[in-house]
Design a protein around this ligand. Structure first.
Ligand SMILES: *Cc1c(COP(=O)(O)O)cnc(C)c1O
Length: 393
């Protein structure tokens, strides 16, 4: 406190303390636990992509400020990727913007598109930066909660419709969804699209796990649905798709007007970032389909490896159809409070996980849910599973 007794952190951010990941990663370190808290792979992405970054750096490409919208090679590769995978055509010069990861894309989109007092409807549990970015933009967040239903989390479309008011400016959608692993179906996304068109809403859609969908699930970009291309800001990232979360290369695709708006905010956040890595990601996006297929198959197998271990240890497992994460319920273990459970877990069995309660406005909503990341080496997952067996009732 200063002498005026005014706290340093402003009122917009006061409710957001240190993220749970800092607390739990510190605990992992101090106890020597296996960290299944934060979602980062423990194996780096493809060798040829790393080599492409080294080459760019050596050849002096991107060592100085790259162009504000991103290097042309990457913007062209992003547009080609959207066309090849989804039949969505974007002009690399006017409709693609490179950002410092999806994190900056989310922040810039909200800062650019939200007026103070606007309502932003977002799926809850939230990815942790959403609530803070809505607050920084002066918006009001209106959660629509995904709820367990038949062994997985589902969106209640009536609840979504009821959340939209005359003050709603935009829908913030995330599919595949972190932390629940829900992949919204074409029918659900069609209903979201119809609502957006009917109520004339903008949609910001976080699709960073677009390539990580399992079983028969299909990733359907919202921008492909009728009436959506002109009102949708689509966010992607190289971090999750290519296992380079430290590179922080993300992007936005949308109309020229919306991209210009987002760029207006982005230019005063980082201006530009990740110069040489942008060239490497341009090459990564052109990897053959086999890369994406193998990566998905590998992660699906890891999901099953950890999922089986969690079930054997007594957790209720909500089967994820996408992402890096499994959300569980600890009630069958005779536990009630996920936060207390996660604080004790490193001492009890040497594993770190994240309590989902931190992703809800009302912490009671996710009180008994715990999230585990499975983007780890098989031997790490096997060891974690065997440690967690000690919990079995
Ligand atoms: C990891 C993640 C991000 C952040 O992506 P970066 O490219 O690392 O900034 C954004 N949204 C969701 C849902 C994520 O899981």
């Amino acid at each position: 406190m200063t002498s005026s007794e005014r706290p340093f952190l402003n009122r917009r951010l006061a409710e957001f303390g240190t993220t749970i990941f800092a607390e739990m990663s510190a605990l992992a370190l101090s106890t020597g636990s296996i960290n299944l808290g934060q979602g980062f792979p423990d194996t780096d992405g493809p060798e040829e992509v790393r080599e492409a970054a080294v080459r760019a750096l050596r050849e002096g490409r991107g060592n100085q400020y790259p162009p504000g919208p991103g290097v042309p090679e990457l913007r062209t590769a992003i547009a080609a990727h959207q066309e090849r995978r989804y039949g969505l055509s974007y002009d690399p010069d006017a409709e693609v913007l490179v950002t410092a990861g999806a994190t900056e894309a989310i922040a810039a989109a909200l800062l650019a598109l939200v007026e103070p007092g606007d309502e932003v409807v977002a799926l809850e549990p939230y990815y942790d930066s959403y609530a803070a970015c809505i607050a920084m933009a002066g918006g009001t967040r209106v959660p629509v909660t995904l709820r367990p239903d038949g062994g997985a989390f589902r969106l209640d479309l009536d609840e979504l419709r009821a959340a939209v008011t005359p003050r709603t400016r935009l829908l913030l959608i995330n599919t595949p969804h972190n932390p629940t692993g829900t992949v919204l179906t074409r029918a659900e996304l069609t209903a979201i699209a119809e609502l957006a068109v009917e109520r004339d809403l903008l949609v910001v859609t976080d699709e960073v796990y677009e390539h990580l969908v399992y079983d028969a699930a299909e990733h359907v970009p919202l921008a492909t649905l009728p009436g959506m291309r002109g009102r949708t800001v689509t966010i992607g990232s190289a971090g999750k798709t290519f296992s380079f979360t430290g590179w922080k290369v993300g992007w936005v695709t949308s109309t020229p007007e919306l991209v210009t708006a987002v760029r207006s905010a982005k230019q005063f956040l980082t201006y530009v970032s990740s110069g040489p890595f942008q060239y490497a990601v341009a090459e990564a996006l052109r990897l053959p389909d086999a890369y994406f297929d193998n990566f998905r198959t590998d992660l699906q197998r890891k999901r099953d490896l950890l999922g089986d271990g969690l079930r054997a240890a007594g957790f209720e497992v909500y089967q994820p159809q996408g992402t890096y994460f499994i959300t569980t319920d600890i009630t069958p273990l005779g536990e009630k409070d996920a936060h207390a459970f996660c604080r004790a877990l490193p001492e009890r069995c040497g594993v770190v996980a994240i309590p989902n309660s931190v992703f809800y406005d009302d912490p009671d909503a996710g009180r008994s849910q715990v999230r585990f990341a499975f983007c780890k080496k098989d031997e790490v997952l096997t060891e974690a599973a065997s440690r967690l067996r000690r919990l079995a009732p």
